[in-house]
Design a protein around this ligand. Structure first.
Ligand code: ADP
Ligand code: MG
Ligand code: ZN
Length: 334
């Protein structure tokens, strides 16, 4: 039976706010360890979070740009788990009521454009970072990143190949950069992607069992890891074995994926609404102000370049993929 891949991506985009999501600490990258910390982001008992409204503004920019339904009242929730880079024992995220649901991102393929649906966009805080000592069996904890704002963008399982996944990621990165909400740097980790993939018989509407791939810090690795994993699943199924739902790590040097852990389920995290934070209300005036200030987005700009300057679609694509180049091109023409 011929099988087809089904891929859904979860992207974490670090937002370019000056300060963290629930405290006034700086988000600047590369400072000495544990210098941008305070009782809130250290998770000291009794310290209370205060929401940074710029984070919602940035999330709303993306929700508007991708045509999502904005929840006029959204909630923060605690996602409970233990890890040394998470001193509170829970991450503040959004669960039942994220800031936006639906919408989509248009990708351009040889056969024409296709819109990939989004399931949701939600806001959350980043965890700290573990620094493993290469010479001794010791790990250090740096909490400068704890509390840095992220948005998670979850695609529908509608991507059909590693190349489509790459096209989707490039387009999404271009959009967040146009919106000036994230610098989109995969290597530095400000734009991170987990890839979910499964196989199913061509024509089937039900989803197969998926694996989730992590540690994909370049576009090339995302595509390569997916290629590897699709082949691995194909071989498993051909040999009559079932796919185990699990999280797998990609090793770029060996170009392989390895089982890391059994896949956790949402109920394992014991999500519940964070009692320290009010529901976030979004009113018309705020939303209108954000909508009015949106820049022209890459798809619109590419189409305009083709019409206005008589460029080929390929030329327009190249010139509009990044906002700086497009701005420069138009400044030169002027
Ligand atoms: P989790 O955090 O448990 O991974 P999410 O709902 O946040 O769950 O993310 C699920 C992601 O996996 C989405 O991008 C979705 O499109 C994708 N996905 C879900 N089921 C499948 C499947 N069977 N095959 C491929 N992708 C899937
Ligand atoms: Mg996941
Ligand atoms: Zn702080």
């Amino acid at each position: 039976m011929p099988l087809e891949p089904v891929i859904g991506l979860e992207v974490h985009a670090q937002l370019k706010t000056r300060t963290k999501i629930f405290c006034g600490c700086s988000t600047v990258f590369g400072a000495s360890p544990n210098t941008h910390v305070c009782p809130v982001c250290l998770g000291l008992p009794g310290a209370l979070p205060v929401f940074n409204r710029r984070v919602a503004e940035f999330a709303l920019r993306l929700a508007l740009a991708t045509g999502g339904r904005i929840n006029r009242e959204s909630r923060f929730a605690r996602k409970n788990y233990f890890y040394p880079d998470l001193p509170k024992g829970y991450q503040i995220s959004q669960y039942a009521l994220p800031i936006a649901e639906g919408g989509g991102v248009e990708i351009d393929l040889d056969g024409g454009a296709r819109r990939i649906g989004l399931i949701r966009i939600h806001m959350e805080e980043d965890a700290g970072k573990l620094v493993h000592d290469p010479h001794r069996p010791v790990s250090h904890v740096d909490l400068n990143r704890a509390g840095v704002p992220l948005i998670e963008i979850v695609s529908a399982p509608e991507l059909r190949s590693p190349e489509e996944a790459g096209a989707y990621l490039r387009k999404l990165r271009s959009i967040v950069r146009y919106l000036d909400i994230c610098d989109g740097n995969l290597e530095e980790g400000s734009f991170r992607c987990d890839a979910n993939v499964s196989l199913r018989p061509v024509g089937s509407q039900t989803l197969g069992t998926r694996t989730e791939l992590k540690n994909l810090n370049s576009f090339r690795f995302v595509e390569r890891a997916l290629h590897y994993e699709i082949e691995r699943q194909r071989e498993e199924l051909a040999a009559g074995r079932a796919i185990v739902q699990e999280t797998r790590l990609y090793d770029a040097e060996q170009n392989r994926t390895f089982s890391m852990r059994g896949k956790e389920e949402a109920h394992d995290y014991r999500y519940f609404p964070d009692p320290d934070l009010l529901p976030l209300a979004v009113d018309d005036a705020w939303l209108e102000a954000i909508a009015e200030a949106l820049p022209e987005l890459p798809d619109a700009r590419r189409r305009r370049f083709v019409e206005q300057y008589a460029l080929s679609p390929e030329e327009a694509e190249r010139l509009t993929a990044g906002r700086e180049v497009a701005d420069y091109f138009e400044a030169c023409l002027a």
